[in-house]
Design a protein around this ligand. Structure first.
Ligand code: F6P
Length: 359
């Protein structure tokens, strides 16, 4: 048995479906051990701001409401980068916050960026940390899957299905832009499951001619509509980065390559009228599907078990069907997990006749 009596839990980075299942799972498992769980509001902000923002979580928070089965984060999250020159100051405030609440450890639900930053804060402040991977991008390294990915795949596949009907009515080729800043997992999985004709992901270069050749091949079969899935992280056909636009308050916002490609195709190809739909933040929501609820539950239980065994500085994860734990050192060193272009999904896409770029 460990010396743990009080733990904190926070969600960091972009939200996704399944977070509340994981939070309630941690509360259930920790409460059974007699621990008190502090839910930290809005990512790290709840511990770095004055006054601190948190609430003590009990089984009541989740048992008599449908909260656990909803999308979003019950605790709120924070998706803002920290400037390198502010890192130490924020880490110190984080450490003070943890000490003020008397927390013995912190459980962090986050993606690759959050694991990196939180590991830094916790190491600097001497705090025990267990990570639980979550992101619709599925780009957290070492684990095969992260919480939220499967639900996002469902949302994106449903979008491909929906777009097909209007594409068919108007005999158009419809571009659907999906999230996945640096990695194409979401676009690739949704395109495969939805049966798209073209799928472009950041890991594979493509040509305009390649897309047009596929659209012509579709027409040759007698079909008068097509669906093109693009991941927001792809470059232009010349390999240039379409710089992230700034919104009205100057924040960088991702996406836009779908509109760029639409204009380019409409200009250079008259075989189909092209329209674009950017799915946007709807991809981060959706009723958590079975796989995410399952993963969130077992990851939560594993995180509490690891803390109870005195472990720290690890991230739980899934490797070939097994629930396991990776050292945070290794997670951070591995960086972002992109699509392995030699994997079976890419092979399947090609075998199914999808244009996925120039491999
Ligand atoms: O990391 C998840 C993600 O959903 C990315 O795919 C996307 O680019 C980004 O978050 C958008 O984040 P936000 O609009 O919340 O800053």
């Amino acid at each position: 048995m460990s010396e743990i009596k009080k733990i904190g839990i926070l969600t960091s980075g972009g939200d996704c479906s399944g977070l509340n299942v994981a939070i309630s799972g941690v509360v259930k498992a920790a409460t059974l051990k007699g621990w008190t769980v502090y839910g930290i509001h809005n990512g790290t902000e709840g511990l770095t701001e004055t006054p601190l923002s948190y609430e003590v979580l009990t089984l009541q928070n989740f048992s008599d409401t449908p909260w656990a089965k909803t999308a979003g984060s019950y605790l709120g999250s924070l998706n803002k980068g920290i400037k390198a020159d502010q890192l130490d100051a924020v880490a110190d405030r984080f450490g003070q916050g943890v000490r003020q609440l008397g927390l013995d450890a912190v459980i962090v639900l986050g993606g690759d960026g959050s694991m990196n930053v939180l590991k830094y804060y916790c190491t600097r402040a001497g705090i025990k940390m267990i990570g639980i991977p979550k992101t619709i991008d599925n780009d957290t390294p070492l684990t095969d899957f992260s919480i939220g990915f499967e639900t996002a795949c469902q949302v994106c596949m449903d979008a491909v299905d929906s777009i097909n009907w209007t594409a068919r009515s108007h005999h158009r080729a419809m571009i659907i832009e999906m999230m996945g800043r640096d990695a194409g997992h979401l676009a690739l999985h949704a395109a495969l499951a939805g049966g798209a004709d073209v799928c472009l992901i950041p890991e594979i270069p493509y040509t305009l001619d390649g897309i047009i050749a596929k659209l012509e091949a579709v027409k040759a079969t007698g079909r008068t509509h097509a669906v093109i899935v693009v991941s927001e992280g792809i470059k232009t056909e010349k390999g240039e980065v379409l710089s992230a636009a700034k919104n009205l308050v100057g924040e960088k916002v991702h996406g836009g390559i779908g509109d760029y490609l639409t204009a380019l195709l409409n200009e250079n190809y008259k075989g189909f009228q092209i329209r674009c739909t950017r799915l946007g933040h709807i991809q981060r929501s959706g009723h958590p599907v079975f796989a995410d609820r399952m993963m969130a539950s077992v990851f939560a239980a594993k995180a509490v078990e690891l803390l109870d065994e005195g472990k720290t500085n690890v991230m739980v994860g899934l490797k070939q069907g097994e629930i396991t734990a990776f050292s945070l050192e290794d997670v951070v060193a591995a960086g972002t997990k992109g699509v392995d272009v030699k994997n079976d999904y890419i092979k399947a896409a090609k075998l199914l006749g999808m244009y996925i770029g120039e491999l």
